[in-house]
Design a protein around this ligand. Structure first.
Ligand code: URA
Length: 485
């Protein structure tokens, strides 16, 4: 067995130099152990590794080698692949090519198919690098006129040298360094330098991050959104190094509402001035803070929510209230007429029923986080009155963005869903209230859910006896929540 030790950093010449004498000596592929220096040193308990035996005997009569051009071009990509078996595969195909001249045309051959798969993976990695490298400006050197930029990228394969000429052509008038765990490329206007040594993430941010976000939210077309395709184009593993990636969940969540709004606007008129201002402010806010970190920030963001059409008629967003460390979160349906005017949940007639029952059951409202599935009042104007309308599934779905963030920030031990709209928002409409009533079930992420009726249901029961009976059941449900929380 001959052991060949290579650096294996995507350098075809290194492999070719080792492969040539072996091939001329007609060394069978299975008798060669190809190794990467980095793997070899970490393989403490593996067999001892020898450096290549340069004195491989070449038969005096050895014919010359056949290396088709198509093989070379495939090999240039495949050698960059991070699979340690690539050296062996390349050699085996080259060895077989000496007898099977048309081997590369047999795409169904397992070796050829594997070569193509590896080539494709390397090509894709290069493409992602050209698309996702984000340069950050760093201070220019004293007396140096050119601006300097640094980028961090995490490729799957050893592609730095292969992809670097693209950046040299594209960003020729600035100095830059692209650092990766698989080596570094640097350009200073005169020379492109490639180093194979792994670099560390410099963890830089600059104003261009905001520019990227602005650009991304502007080119994002909700009407063309195909989440699956988007995830293929911009796989999640790249997100952590992309400043604009923070926006993606929010943009996806709001896409359907934006499409409806766009379609409504498309009728004839340009959007009203205040709507344009509002939309602009919304984008700026999303750019500035893609993901609120406190309830106060979230409440502020929600004040300007335009995710669905309900904001057009409501007086204001009625956001949840209560301490961020509340153990119990109460979720109602949507603000009513009085809540819409006051800007607080459960302050009208249903709120009065809830407060009374809560007090009887030992629930302290000021220690409880109280919110709604939908944050804007939906109603139908009738004369001077505003008649409550139940939010539809789409509205609940759009507003779920806020409820989910409230759940993530408050992290209550127990969530109480009051009524079917709250239940739909919390379980995606998969469950029926009558099946779960009074039970405590798992909600996920260590949280539990108790399902009960909405207090306004009690107000609508005409028969007094029945109303009393149902109110007692409701009180028992809330008391159970108190005990659990
Ligand atoms: N009904 C609800 O569901 N929530 C309120 O805030 C008021 C009435």
């Amino acid at each position: 067995m001959v052991t060949i030790l290579l650096d294996g950093r995507g350098d075809l010449a290194e492999w070719r130099e080792a492969a040539r004498p072996l091939l001329l000596a007609r060394t069978a592929p299975r008798t060669i152990d190809w190794r990467c220096r980095s793997d070899a040193t970490s393989d403490l308990f593996g067999p001892a590794v020898e450096t290549p035996d340069t004195a491989i005997a070449v038969a005096a009569t050895a014919p010359t080698m056949t290396v088709p051009k198509a093989f070379l071009s495939l090999a240039q990509a495949v050698i960059c692949h991070s699979d340690p078996l690539r050296f062996h595969l390349l050699y085996r195909v080259l060895f077989r090519l000496q007898e099977e001249r048309t081997l590369l045309e047999v795409l169904s051959d397992a070796d050829v198919a594997q070569l193509h798969a590896m080539e494709k993976s390397v090509r894709r990695d290069c493409h992602k690098m050209t698309a996702f490298v984000r340069f950050k400006e760093v201070a220019a050197e004293d007396g140096h006129a050119r601006r300097r930029f640094v980028a961090w990228f995490e490729p799957d394969h050893h592609i730095v040298a292969r992809a670097a000429p693209f950046f040299q052509r594209r960003f020729t008038d600035m100095d830059w360094i692209i650092a990766t765990p698989k080596g570094t490329a640097a350009w200073n206007g005169k020379a492109l330098t490639i180093s194979a040594a792994p670099a560390e993430n410099p963890m830089l941010t600059d104003q261009t991050d905001t520019l990227w976000r602005t650009y991304f939210s502007n080119i994002f077309n909700p009407a063309r959104l195909k989440v699956k395709m988007m995830m293929t184009e911009m796989p999640k593993k790249y997100w952590k190094n992309l400043p604009e990636a923070k926006l993606i969940p929010g943009l996806i969540a709001g896409a359907e509402a934006s499409v409806i709004a766009m379609a409504e606007r498309a009728a004839s008129e340009a959007p009203l001035f205040h709507q344009r201002l509002q939309a602009l402010a919304q984008t700026e806010r999303e750019v500035a803070r893609a993901s609120a970190e406190t309830l106060e920030e979230l409440r502020e963001d929600a004040r300007h929510c335009t995710r669905c059409a309900l904001h057009c008629r409501a007086t204001q967003t009625v956001f949840g209230e209560g301490p961020q460390d509340a153990k119990i979160m109460i979720v109602g349906e949507q603000p009513g007429d009085q809540e819409d005017l006051a800007g607080r949940p459960f302050v009208g007639p249903a709120g009065a029923v809830f407060n009374t029952v809560a007090q009887d059951a030992g629930l302290v409202r000021k220690d409880t986080y109280v919110t709604n599935a939908v944050k804007h009042f939906k109603y139908e104007p009738r004369g001077k009155r505003r008649i409550h309308q139940k939010p539809n599934a789409g509205e609940v779905q759009h507003c779920k963005w806020w409820l989910t963030r409230e759940l993530e920030l408050v992290k209550p031990k127990l969530v109480v869903a009051m009524g079917s709209t709250a239940l739909m928002a919390l379980t995606d409409g998969r469950q029926r209230l009558s099946d779960l009533r009074g039970q405590i079930v798992q909600l996920g992420a260590g949280q539990s859910l108790l399902v009960t009726v909405h207090p306004s249901y009690l107000l609508r029961i005409p028969d007094e006896g029945k109303r009393l009976e149902e109110t007692t059941r409701f009180r028992l449900d809330i008391a159970r929540a108190v005990k659990f929380g």
